[in-house]
Design a protein around this ligand. Structure first.
Ligand SMILES: C[S@@+](CC[C@H](N)C(=O)[O-])C[C@H]1O[C@@H](n2cnc3c(N)ncnc32)[C@H](O)[C@@H]1O
Ligand code: SF4
Length: 387
């Protein structure tokens, strides 16, 4: 039996945030949500009877908590009927403050969802307005407590820093207030100004001044210090968790473990192959109705529009640049087991170069190659030499 992680994409948001380029659509109707969910159920069914066991399920978006909770229940039930779910499986749903209530939360728990990832982004109402979020700080705090009351014992909170107009103090205040709530996991992302977003247009016009590198790094370092002194373990560039609460699903991406992605635009990595799904909503739904495989790559699903068989070199490179995102780095023996070569035989030059620049270190005793604290800051400089 194959053991995988499963990602399920819900591509709807109440409205698009000003900074976001994720595949999600604002302003769609409940009928659209229902039609999409029906198609999703068909796609899940496509993978039934393949002897697949799941140890993590991640319902992400978009905004899964926008959907009627009955639809989410049906999705989880379909997952349960099409796959074997391990007893200890981590089952996460992403939720947006302002789009959560008691009925939704109890339905999620009843369906077996045991982890909630809440996108707070900031706990400053001015900043939330600038980001174009639909919630305010008070709603987030209320929703967080409600989630605890409804039985969620594993909650992650997403925050963004280096937002134009966000001073170091405003950032640390948001982080502090989040830590006070005691979530098991905190993600902290430096704001990226992405093309085709309102933030990008404002930046192009000179009306949005990004936080400079120095300010960005200062916010990052202060966050890590504060998180560590509050009992969180910094385990990936942008993630910290109380011991034992590291995101099992996301660790799969950083360890190059296999996962299946279903839903609009979802990506998969199985048997050394990467493939991704249709990104047009009407076509995605139509394929489910027709199950029309004509013209699509053999071996992938009717929804696949992109397919790539990794070369050994490609696999090695991905193993390096995903694995080095983890603060503990890659295990030297894992590399050797996977590729039948010591990592230094393949990447001796870049490894030596970055040991000299002080960005990488080898710890033979711990069986690890990892970024130094300076390397975590300058990860992109290391990355280019492994791609
Ligand atoms: C896939 S999004 C969906 C989460 C959820 N819809 C929400 O917004 O709360 C996951 C996370 O990515 C982060 N994110 C999205 N766009 C970003 C950007 N341009 N820069 C930095 N972080 C971003 C946010 O923290 C967000 O919570
Ligand atoms: S940040 Fe989240 S809520 Fe905002 S548009 Fe992106 S996916 Fe939707």
């Amino acid at each position: 039996m194959k053991s995988l992680g499963l990602y399920i994409h819900i591509p709807f948001c109440l409205k698009k945030c000003n900074y976001c380029d994720f595949l999600s659509l604002g302003g769609m109707s409940e009928e659209d949500h229902a039609a999409y969910t029906e198609a999703l159920l068909v796609e899940l069914e496509h993978y039934a009877d393949r002897n697949i066991s799941l140890d993590s399920v991640y319902i992400g978006g978009g905004t899964p908590s926008l959907l009627d909770p009955g639809l989410i229940s049906r999705v989880v039930q379909r997952v349960q009927s099409c796959f074997t779910i391990s007893e200890e499986a981590e089952i996460t749903i992403e939720a947006n403050p302002g789009l959560l209530d008691k009925n939704k939360l109890t339905t999620y728990r009843g369906a077996g969802i045991n982890r909630l990832s809440i996108g707070a982004q900031s706990l400053n109402n001015e900043i939330l307005k600038l980001l174009g979020r639909v919630h305010d700080r008070e709603e987030f705090v209320r929703n967080f407590h409600l989630a605890r009351e409804c039985g969620f014992e594993n909650i992650s909170v997403d925050l963004i820093f280096a937002i134009p107009g966000q001073t170091h103090d405003i950032w640390m205040d948001s982080l502090e207030k989040t830590i006070d709530l005691g979530p098991e996991h905190i993600s902290f992302y430096s704001l990226q100004i992405e093309e085709e977003t309102p933030f990008y247009d404002l930046w192009k016009k000179g009306e949005l001044k990004p936080v400079d590198d120095q300010g960005d790094r200062a916010m990052y370092h202060s966050a890590i210090d504060r998180l560590q002194s509050s009992g969180y373990r910094h385990y990936e560039i942008s993630n910290a968790a109380k011991p034992g609460y590291e995101s099992r699903h996301n660790l799969k991406y950083w360890s190059m473990d296999e996962y299946l992605g279903v839903g609009l635009g979802a990506h998969s990595y199985i048997d050394g192959r990467r493939f991704s799904n249709e990104t047009d909503l009407s076509r995605y739904i139509r394929i489910a109705k027709e199950k029309n495989c004509a013209g699509r790559r053999q071996g992938a699903s009717p929804w696949t529009i992109w397919f790539h068989e990794n070369t050994v070199e490609g696999e090695m490179s991905e193993f390096m640049f995903t694995g080095l995102r983890k603060v503990e780095g890659i295990r030297l023996s894992d590399y050797e087991k996977r590729f039948a070569l010591p990592v230094t035989a393949v990447y001796g030059d870049p490894i030596n170069k970055h040991i000299e620049t002080g960005l990488l270190e080898i710890d033979e005793k711990a069986d690890r190659l990892r970024l130094t604290a300076k390397g975590i800051d300058l990860f992109n400089r290391v990355l280019v030499d492994f791609v």
